[in-house]
Design a protein around this ligand. Structure first.
Ligand SMILES: *Cc1c(COP(=O)(O)O)cnc(C)c1O
Length: 220
């Protein structure tokens, strides 16, 4: 089996110029993260607040921490002092809470709106209409400690690559259409799509951040 370092090297080599790798480290021990770090990977994705905080405390401080999982408003305060990018904003209420906690830490926290693009029922995310509503809201201007810098989405869990491609293409089109809404609080520059099973399609469809776990660290 290839090592973590070999997996990262192979992935990095295949990246398009506009695409960055987020190594998804959820459930993996700090030793595995350290191995990835030593292989040059400094952008880690976690989906649970407590796990991210304890790994942040244990590991070097030049790591960028990406929250990729569903985030409850009452837990924002634990990650606000250090999180680099929150991929999973799925309500205006959450955005307001992130703003409040970012202000306490004297930071501006960058966020992505998570858009529901899959055909499955279980996944979190906003509809296109709900996302447009947030971006068009007059209340957004007051949230001076957040910046919405793009969108995130997860494609359907299917073998049918046509379905996956169509979902990613739709998200990219939405991302492009939101550029007309850019202002002090909105800048559409990151499109987070693609995981171990579908990152190649996602890159072809314009992803700027792929979130890859099992293809680096093995299955969970
Ligand atoms: C777990 C997870 C990933 C990574 O999944 P892999 O299939 O292991 O690459 C990507 N994005 C999100 C939101 C996840 O929860």
């Amino acid at each position: 089996m290839p090592s973590i370092a070999e997996n990262i090297a192979r992935l990095e080599k295949g990246l398009k110029q506009e695409t960055k790798l987020v190594a998804v480290t959820k459930t993996k021990p700090v030793e595995a993260l350290m191995e990835a770090y030593q292989a040059g990977s400094k952008r880690f994705g976690e989906n649970k607040v407590q796990e991210m905080v304890s790994k942040f405390e244990a590991l070097p401080k030049d790591i960028d921490w990406h929250m990729i999982g569903h985030l409850q408003t009452n837990k924002v305060k634990y990650i606000a002092p250090f999180v680099t990018l929150i991929h999973s904003v799925d309500s205006f209420k959450l955005l307001k809470e992130i703003n409040k906690e970012a202000a306490k830490s004297e930071r501006i926290i960058e966020c992505l709106l998570q858009i529901f693009i899959a055909s499955e029922e279980t996944k979190f995310g906003l509809s296109e209409e709900e996302a447009a509503e947030i971006l068009n809201s007059p209340d957004l201007a007051a949230l001076t400690h957040i910046k919405v810098i793009g969108l995130m989405g997860m494609a359907s869990n299917t073998e049918d690559t046509n379905i996956i491609r169509t979902e990613f293409r739709g998200l990219k089109a939405l991302f492009e259409s939101f550029k007309k809404l850019e202002n002090d609080r909105i800048e559409m520059r990151e499109l987070s799509m693609g995981m171990s099973g579908d990152y190649e399609i996602a890159m072809e469809e314009g992803s700027t951040l792929i979130r890859v776990g099992s293809a680096i660290f093995g299955s969970r």
